[in-house]
Write a protein that binds this ligand. Structure first.
Ligand SMILES: [Zn+2]
Length: 85
């Protein structure tokens, strides 16, 4: 797999969807149960796509694909998501 950046790379793309700063949101990994801020996740970027993996066990937490008219997001690797208000 290619090199990754940290979860701060999600600030723009996820904030467009959730309308808040998602880097301070915390997620619970379906693979290992770790609860951490999304900013700690490992983010693999491709043109128009973000693959977000758990920093502990490498489970895919989030897949985000952007097109010109919609966003497709898969949260299958998260069993919970806590979003600050
Ligand atoms: Zn994990």
């Amino acid at each position: 797999m290619t090199s990754h950046v940290d979860g701060n790379a999600l600030a723009g793309p996820l904030s467009e969807i959730f309308l808040t700063d998602m880097t301070s949101a915390s997620g619970r990994c379906a693979g290992c149960g770790d609860i951490s801020p999304l900013a700690m996740a490992m983010v693999y970027t491709k043109p128009k796509a973000f693959i977000v993996r758990c920093h502990v066990c490498d489970t895919v937490l989030i897949t985000l694909i952007q097109s010109s008219d919609r966003n497709w997001i898969d949260l299958e690797g998260l069993t919970a998501l806590t979003i600050p208000r």
